[in-house]
Design a protein around this ligand. Structure first.
Ligand SMILES: Nc1ncnc2c1ncn2[C@@H]1O[C@H](COP(=O)(O)OP(=O)(O)O)[C@@H](O)[C@H]1O
Ligand SMILES: [Mg+2]
Length: 237
């Protein structure tokens, strides 16, 4: 078990958002987290990454309690978080944006496994071609790739991705899907919040569906694909 949430309750002031949320991710798994707008998916990722602190429950990562840690401490433990809003630096080049990710990196026992600019450019040649371009001049898909790869430069073992294909044209959705597949192939576990069901089916082995701050379905992604009731009730608009 890499990550295990148990009865997590998160509030914004008096609003009780996450209600006894429990789920887990095994090593090297890609797990989907689904649900309509406003059900608490982003709050779940923020609770794991330390952006918000749950009021109760536990979040164990490789046996360590994350609840109460600050975001930079969670990063140091090996969790990379890519929020919904793309946070690139528009006036810095692609290369400079990536080097910022290197600054907060954690040490790897196996230095050959560490992400370097060369390794990132090998895997994502589209970024290499744009290395001297200003971040702000990239397309939406390239910016999304840049945020994801910058997070990789911190050498995470687990990546939290919040709607990486949101607002992208279909061709770019495929590009970003390919990027995520490559990242998984390099041995990283992924928790993927995603509204695009095809992307979920393509990338994840298991999924959890949320509604009103609770987990209402868990199963393999194939089971979810066949479960028209759950899809109709909790996913389709
Ligand atoms: N900073 C905040 N302060 C108060 N309420 C918030 C804040 N962020 C999100 N919420 C509320 O929490 C609920 C869950 O939001 P969120 O986790 O962003 O949902 P999702 O990612 O599933 O769309 C929503 O009702 C939203 O309005
Ligand atoms: Mg969200």
């Amino acid at each position: 078990m890499t990550l295990a949430l148990k009865d997590v309750n998160t509030y914004y002031d008096k609003s009780h958002i996450l209600q006894d949320v429990s789920f887990s991710i095994q090593e090297k798994e890609v797990v989907g987290l689904l649900g309509r707008n406003g059900v608490g998916k982003s709050t779940t990722l923020k609770s794991i990454s330390g952006v918000v602190t749950p009021r109760s429950g536990s979040i164990l990562y490789k046996g360590k309690e994350l609840r109460g840690l600050k975001p930079h401490q969670v990063t140091k433990l090996g969790i990379g978080y890519v929020p919904e809003e793309r946070r690139i630096f528009p006036n810095l080049t692609v290369q400079q944006n990536l080097l910022i990710g290197v600054q907060s990196r954690r040490a790897r026992a196996q230095e050959e496994e560490a992400w370097t600019l060369e390794r990132a450019y090998d895997l994502f040649p589209q970024l290499k071609a744009r290395q001297s371009s200003k971040g702000g001049n990239l397309s939406g898909g390239e910016q999304q790739m840049l945020t994801i790869v910058r997070t990789l430069m911190g050498n995470p073992d687990l990546l939290l991705l919040d709607e990486p294909t949101e607002g992208l044209a279909p061709m770019l959705v495929e590009v970003v899907t390919g990027v995520i597949r490559e990242i998984h192939g390099s041995g990283i576990s992924i928790l993927l919040v995603e509204q695009n069901f095809e992307v979920i089916l393509e990338l994840t082995s298991r999924t959890y569906v949320m509604s009103k701050g609770r987990v209402v379905f868990e199963g393999t992604s194939a089971q979810l694909a066949d479960n028209h009731e759950v899809r109709k009730q909790y996913l389709e608009v």
